[in-house]
Design a protein around this ligand. Structure first.
Ligand code: NDP
Ligand code: OXD
Length: 308
């Protein structure tokens, strides 16, 4: 049987070594060198090859090399094939680092100070203490909950919103569409760590921004399509929002003429908030293949009806 890898070559070499050590009878192949398609039972990819089900009729598992699975057309996966999203610990550690960096940058006015530096202006802006700032995280999964834990020592007022109710120490939690407005009404710094689904597409829009505190900041580390870019530009222009820190964009790479590149209130990074660690990712796959061979429950299985 074959494990087919379709992703970054450097990560592939780490996975090949680890999987061959663990499962000597498993053939490791790198796309497009698929060998006998009938032998392909496992595929690891960011985006799968087209016609996956037809190409590999004996497919059993698809591993997403990332935490998100919105890049995969779930309706095109043959029924009976399980999709697993990446939940190795390095991803959460990276997101906690980036999320903390971004929240502190928003809290301490970094976008405005960077702009003042560009104009050689030595100007002190009013300071607000952490206990007087409300930070809200949309999405309380592996990454959102991890970020909230990292933010706890700073003393912010912490809030979280998810689909189902959660209890998280030190965090006021809200759930479902009915509690979105009460959640947003307390927030000075909003972080989006939702998966992209039909329900969350465009959720960072003018209605959401209007519900936040005046002069709030928005941090998007989810997906570009969570954000209605025009609404963000309008909210920044009207000073409803003070700043935005964006790691993701609707079109990646961001087109050269996009207004975000030079916007004085925007800090932009190129989808680097967290990246799957090669070794951690290999361990995740090995552990799940072991469970699969032993007929045990797998971790990170995507619920096709929810889309994440
Ligand atoms: P999880 O599946 O663990 O968590 C998702 C969270 O979002 C859950 O709390 C879920 O609620 C909540 N949620 C989903 N749909 C809704 C909804 N309609 N309304 C309210 N809450 C909802 O995902 P992760 O934490 O692992 O990852 C989150 C996302 O982060 C990824 O999907 C990806 O898009 C993004 N990401 C970005 C990276 C970057 O570098 N910028 C890197 C890695 C991931 P519930 O708990 O009730 O199910
Ligand atoms: C992911 C990402 O989903 O890198 O893992 O965006």
């Amino acid at each position: 049987m074959t494990f087919l890898f379709k992703s970054e070559a450097r990560r592939g070499e780490v996975w090949r070594t680890r999987l061959q050590r663990e499962f000597p009878n498993l053939e490791f192949r790198v796309w497009p060198d698929v060998g006998d398609p009938l032998k392909v039972k496992y595929v690891a990819c960011w985006t799968p090859p087209a016609d996956l089900g037809k190409k590999f009729p004996n497919l059993e598992l698809v591993f997403s090399v990332g935490a998100g699975v919105d890049q995969i057309d779930l309706s095109a996966l043959p029924s009976g094939v399980k999709l697993l999203r990446m939940t190795e610990a390095g991803l959460a550690a990276g997101m906690s680092e980036y999320g903390t960096l971004a929240v502190l940058a928003a809290h301490r006015n970094l976008p405005a100070y960077l702009d003042l530096q560009r104009t050689r202006a030595w100007k002190q802006l009013p300071a607000v203490t952490a206990k007087d700032r409300s930070v809200g995280v949309m999405g309380l999964g592996v990454l959102g909950a991890g970020l909230l834990e990292s933010l706890r020592p700073f003393g912010f007022r912490l809030h979280g919103w998810s689909r189902s109710s959660k209890v998280i120490e030190g965090v006021s939690t809200f759930a479902g569409p009915d509690e979105l407005a009460p959640f947003l009404s307390r927030i000075d710094i909003l972080v989006c760590l939702l998966p992209l689904t039909d329900e969350t597409r465009g959720i960072l829009n003018s209605k959401t921004f209007d519900a936040l505190s005046n002069g709030a900041c928005v941090i998007n580390v989810g997906r570009g399509a969570h954000l209605v870019e025009k609404d963000l530009l309008d909210a920044l222009a009207s000073n409803k929002l003070r700043c935005a820190i964006l790691d993701v964009a609707n079109t990646e790479p961001l087109p050269a003429d996009h207004p975000f590149w030079t916007h004085p209130k925007v800090i932009l990074t190129p989808h680097v908030a967290s990246v799957t660690d090669a070794e951690g990712g290999a361990e995740f796959v090995v552990a799940n293949l072991r469970r699969h061979f032993a007929n045990e429950a797998l971790t990170g299985v995507v619920d096709m009806s929810r889309g994440y």
